[in-house]
Design a protein around this ligand. Structure first.
Ligand code: DSN
Length: 422
């Protein structure tokens, strides 16, 4: 794989693409929502499928010439249903056309609610997502969003609060799932609450889908009525999303995605999703997912023994959320210092944060991409030590320089894309 045509005819873009590839190769990508797609996924993305229009669904298109596109989408659907099988039963329905997680969530809401209806979602500052009802998101403007959070005492989801809010506000939908929550999500408790108030339960698995299908995190089916997920995070596919649901919601979900929200699907992305679903069904993917969690726990151990404050005290999944304010710094300062040495994390609010989202109290540190590079606990312990050294010696140029060269040396030992030739 290389850039032979691009380099020749559009040197400006080619140069920046090359620089970005080198940045990723030389650095340590620890943004919890990022990963490294396989060469097969990238190949599928780079095919002439991008040129095709195929509004509609397999067998029911608004354009001709979709015989092979239909087969690809049907394969993607069948694989998605099998990948999310629970208890020996495939998922009843899959829609693989959503362009992004935000689109998928909006499509699910529009299928299940009318504008003005009430739903319950997790507060962004507690670890939720914008589309779980934040007031600046369309989801918080179109619908009446009521937000739940975590307990002050242990920073874990407050199921008593969820139950109280559900009984008080009688939502049509309850959405669970998070972007910055390091613990297991108890889908059974959410489902029990949803049943008590006759709400539909949507589980947004975007961050943990790879862990769920590998059996490393409890499955959301059969508890959730609808699952939304991106395909590029722990699932390690192309940028995009999908929706799975019980049979009774299938028609409404499909209509909501197209024509409700989208026109033509991205057929090259759907092909790449199918490839990634096939890869995620291989036994090696289970080992990969298990290693993601073991690596995050290795990070957490080193952080904790260095005295850092971890939200909830540790992790059960792919990420660690660190409150850096006890070190006398903010999340933004920590993010910038780590970027300087080639470690990429993101500043993040912590529960009950009193600081602003653009300069919050924490950083979110994830292991999916480094695990894709083949790193195991020993490597992650070293990475954790790098992070601790940087955070504790922010103004010591010698320390930063030495960590920076150690980062590059470690990155070299674990190539991100040995098959990508510049
Ligand atoms: N941007 C994703 C994340 O980083 O969690 C969610 O939208």
């Amino acid at each position: 794989m290389n850039l032979q045509f691009l380099r020749h005819s559009d040197a400006e873009i080619a140069k920046f693409v090359e620089q970005e590839v080198v940045r990723q190769e030389d650095g340590l990508e620890m943004i919890a929502s990022e990963n490294i797609a396989s060469p097969e996924v990238l190949e599928a993305l780079g095919t002439p499928l991008t040129d095709k229009y195929s509004e509609g669904y397999p067998g029911r298109r608004y354009y001709s010439g979709n015989i092979f596109i239909d087969r690809i989408e049907l394969l993607a659907i069948e694989r998605a249903k099998k990948l999310f099988a629970y208890d020996g039963h495939n998922a009843a329905h899959a829609n693989v056309q959503s362009h992004s997680g935000s689109d998928a969530n909006l499509a699910a809401y529009l299928a299940l609610m009318n504008p003005g209806d009430t739903f319950l979602g997790m507060r962004l500052t507690a670890g939720g997502h914008l589309t779980h009802g934040h007031k600046v998101s369309a989801t918080g403007r179109i619908f009446r969003a009521v937000q739940y959070g975590v307990r002050r005492s242990d920073e874990r989801i407050d199921y008593d609060e969820v139950r109280y809010l559900a009984h008080t506000h009688k939502p049509k939908v309850i959405i669970c799932g998070a972007t910055a929550y390091p613990r297991i999500i108890d889908f059974a408790s959410f489902a029990a609450i949803a049943r008590e108030v006759q709400a539909v339960l949507v589980a947004d698995l975007s961050h943990i889908a790879g862990l769920v299908v590998a059996g490393v995190h409890p499955h959301a089916f059969p508890y959730a009525d609808v699952i939304t997920t991106t395909t590029h995070k722990t699932l390690r596919g192309p940028r995009g999303a999908m929706i799975l649901c019980k049979a009774q919601y299938a028609q409404a979900i499909d209509k909501s995605v197209m024509p409700g929200l989208q026109g033509g699907p991205l057929d090259h992305v759907i092909a790449a999703k199918a490839v990634a679903f096939g890869q995620a069904m291989q036994p090696a993917f289970r080992d990969y997912a298990r290693q993601i969690v073991q690596n995050a726990q290795a990070l957490a151990r080193v952080f904790a023994s260095a005295g850092l404050r971890l939200v909830t005290g540790g992790t059960d999944n792919h990420l660690v959320l660190v409150d850096v304010t006890p070190l006398g710094i903010s999340g933004k300062i920590a993010e910038q210092a780590l970027e300087q040495v080639g470690i990429f994390v993101n500043k993040n609010t912590v529960p009950f944060d009193t600081r602003k989202p653009m300069d919050p109290s924490g950083i979110r540190v994830g292991t999916p991409a480094l695990t894709s590079r083949g790193m195991k606990e020993d490597a992650l312990e070293r990475v954790a030590e790098f992070i601790v050294r940087v955070l504790k010696h922010l103004h010591d140029a010698a320390v930063l320089e030495s960590v920076s060269s150690e980062v590059r040396a470690l990155a070299k030992r674990y190539p991100a894309r040995p098959w990508f030739h510049l």
